[in-house]
Design a protein around this ligand. Sequence first.
Ligand code: SAM
Length: 232
Amino acid sequence: MQPGEAVEFATWRPVSGVIAAWAPIARLATVPPMGDWDERYTASADGLWSGRVNGTLAVELDGNVPGSALDVGCGEGADAIWLAGNGWEVTGLDVSQVALDRAAAGAREVGVNVVWICADLAGAPLAPGGYDLVSVQYPALKHSPGDKAVHVLLDAVAPGGRLLLVSHAPQNPEYARAHGFEVTDYVQPEDVRDRLDERWDIEVDETRPRADPVPDGSPFTHDAVLRARRRN
Ligand SMILES: C[S@@+](CC[C@H](N)C(=O)[O-])C[C@H]1O[C@@H](n2cnc3c(N)ncnc32)[C@H](O)[C@@H]1O
């Protein structure tokens, strides 16, 4: 499958009930530093993440009526699969084909239908205003000229729909450097918040303790949660 190509897997078979929420825990010590994501996923043959939905996503969507959802940087697909299992019509987008292959296998295993797109968000073939929910969980989006990725992200939200951005907090430049990257090279919550103009209502903008257990030694004890609704 080539970047930008979308493939639909399996037939729609909803999973009843809510799939349990738990933390995605990266086995960071065993994978290469940030950079090539296919390389990172390949180096972690057993999976880079826990395979469980992000707790903050589950908390934020509690009581929401399902609609269409885009999971940006969906990785190995735990959130996308959880959303599909809870009645959402889901598209999972990631730059890593290795991650998406695992995601697709996971969706097949539990019998949910997700559309997977392998693409860099900045150049992704997304319909503007196409999604009732655009979810970005722990993004690792590099700045690009004009921050195209942020524009694509915001444009993807349908009128009346929501953007949910969850990031690690606090930022930890020293930890980042020790893992081979600079925090400032990546899109931060404030880069997104600064672009929310009069067409948006900010519903949540706060830092709170993680909903999931924090792995021993992890500096990421809190989540920065930004939830905004696009007006009609
Ligand atoms: C820190 S991981 C988070 C994965 C998942 N959301 C989770 O919470 O487990 C960031 C993900 O974003 C993807 N990614 C990085 N840059 C991207 C880009 N420009 N466009 C799309 N996906 C990207 C990576 O491949 C990776 O799967």
